[in-house]
Design a protein around this ligand. Structure first.
Ligand SMILES: [Zn+2]
Length: 112
């Protein structure tokens, strides 16, 4: 859920959290977030709190997918995705040293 909706929607997790309850926020730009959400999905199903296909599980998976598509600088060859705050920008060479078949250095975020 987008931050603005999370804070204003009366049914959101943040709105339903008790005033003295600990919460943990995952940001879309954190490369670790999608995998963490998928672990939470698996754990919720394992402990019997949810079943696959529950609306809460579907929403969580959609959130993980949306995070993966958000602000990712991708190498078109190795598909390396760079999400963390970084000094790299679109057009920089792939830090993995990828080179295209024509010998030209591949550039992040630019179709090959
Ligand atoms: Zn690469």
């Amino acid at each position: 859920m987008k931050k603005s909706k999370e804070l204003t929607d009366q049914k959101s997790c943040m709105s339903r959290a008790k005033d003295d309850e600990m919460v943990f926020v995952l940001l879309a730009r954190d490369w670790a977030s999608p995998a963490t959400i998928r672990f939470w999905i698996a754990e919720r199903i394992r402990i019997g709190k949810n079943k696959p296909g529950d609306p809460q599980i579907i929403e969580a998976e959609k959130c993980a997918e949306a995070m993966e598509e958000d602000d990712v600088l991708t190498c078109p060859v190795c598909l390396l995705g760079i999400r963390e705050p970084t000094s790299l920008k679109e057009g920089d060479p792939c830090p993995g040293g990828c080179v295209g078949v024509d010998g030209v250095t591949v550039k992040l975020g630019i179709p090959w």
